[in-house]
Design a protein around this ligand. Structure first.
Ligand SMILES: NC(=O)c1ccc[n+]([C@@H]2O[C@H](COP(=O)([O-])OP(=O)(O)OC[C@H]3O[C@@H](n4cnc5c(N)ncnc54)[C@H](OP(=O)(O)O)[C@@H]3O)[C@@H](O)[C@H]2O)c1
Length: 326
């Protein structure tokens, strides 16, 4: 697997997003299937594994990852996040999101940061987190304060690298002035452009970008016609039946292009992302080993400049119906 640099951290160009493995996100799933998917990801070279203390109930997702890396810890770059699984009794603040439930609750108070990290280390059954993200900025806490507490964790050896997720360029600049930030993790895919100011700031500061939901939570694979029971995408207006049908129609030129290139739409979506910047990496999620190997093969694809131009042209008129996810 080709590697890329996020700051001074080396990771595979395509890693693995483990969120998909906890029940209640993409419908039901058991731990046996989840473990098989994680094994397929690690065996295939997707050794940058992304989780969060907020995926699944009571650290379920982190515990899955912890079991998967047992005995092969050195192979893995473990990334996790804090701030959305607020300990009982602690206050939280609202972060508006595009999902029908309207908001997430966040607490990134520096006073809690060490407690969050210690809980994640226990869940992951490891002694260090390679890349630790503040999952969301806290509207009541200056980001420099959150990052100041994360810097203490680097100093004390609990984490190796600092990441920020769902931030603006201004927040990245303020945080980076407190302690070097290794990576920013924001949504970026064919149906969600990255904020150009954030990209410019990341380039200028030498911060890597980790693109989340690179497959548009499945849409960009061209295979989603309807949703099953217990699927969180029921909360996303983009997936409401009439919007999904309209979006699938508008996405047809990209699907057609992938047929011409003899690759899948998922591979085209991932390869396109990797061509946007040398310091972008991505973390598609999948519970299906054949999808995982299909996705990882996209790291080796080189898209011709004419192909990239045709994609840009198609995306310029690909107006998504149903608002954004977050
Ligand atoms: N920082 C944040 O706030 C944030 C927010 C959201 C996500 N994330 C991160 O980003 C990661 C990935 O995001 P995501 O899971 O939301 O969305 P995603 O990776 O864009 O899409 C996942 C969906 O695509 C399907 N899929 C994957 N490969 C496929 C293929 N080759 N063919 C057909 N279907 C395929 C999966 O189904 P199958 O299981 O059937 O393959 C799953 O339904 C998460 O795991 C998480 O680590 C971060």
């Amino acid at each position: 697997m080709k590697t890329r640099q996020l700051g001074n951290l080396q990771v595979p160009a395509i890693g693995y997003g483990a969120m998909v493995l906890s029940p209640g996100i993409y419908g039901d799933i058991d731990d046996t299937r989840a473990a098989a998917a994680l094994r397929a990801a690690l065996d295939g070279g997707a050794t940058h594994v992304d989780t969060s203390d907020a995926y699944g109930v009571d650290g379920h997702n982190e515990r899955l990852v912890g079991r998967a890396i047992k005995g092969r810890r050195d192979e893995a770059v473990v990334a996790t996040k804090f701030g959305l699984a607020v300990p009982e009794g602690e206050p939280s603040r609202s972060q508006k999101v595009g999902y029908a439930f309207g908001e997430l609750r966040v607490n990134a108070d520096p006073r809690l940061v060490r407690r969050y990290a210690e809980r994640s280390l226990r869940n992951l059954d490891t002694d260090v987190i390679d890349l630790y993200y503040a999952h969301y900025p806290d509207p009541e806490v200056p980001i420099e304060d959150t990052v100041g507490a994360m810097a203490d964790l680097v100093r004390d050896g609990l984490i190796k690298h600092i990441g920020l997720s769902n931030v603006t360029a201004a927040q990245l600049r303020a945080a980076h002035a407190t302690h070097p930030v290794t990576a920013v993790q924001n949504e970026w895919s064919m149906w969600r452009p990255v904020d150009p100011e954030l990209l410019a700031a990341a380039r200028e500061l030498g911060v890597g970008i980790v693109a989340w939901s690179p497959l548009g939570t499945g849409f960009l694979t061209g295979t989603v016609q309807s949703l099953g029971e217990g699927d969180f995408r029921h909360n996303a207006p983009r997936f409401a039946p009439e919007n999904l049908a309209a979006n699938n129609d508008r996405y047809a030129p990209i699907r057609a292009l992938s047929v011409q290139l003899a690759i899948t739409p998922a591979q085209l979506a991932l390869a396109w992302l990797l061509h946007q910047d040398d310091h972008v990496v991505t973390i598609p999620g999948s519970r299906t080993p054949s999808h995982i190997s299909e996705n990882l093969a996209a790291a080796d694809l080189t898209l011709h400049p004419d192909t990239l131009a045709r994609i840009d042209e198609a995306l310029a008129t690909f107006e998504v119906t149903g608002g954004t996810l977050l």
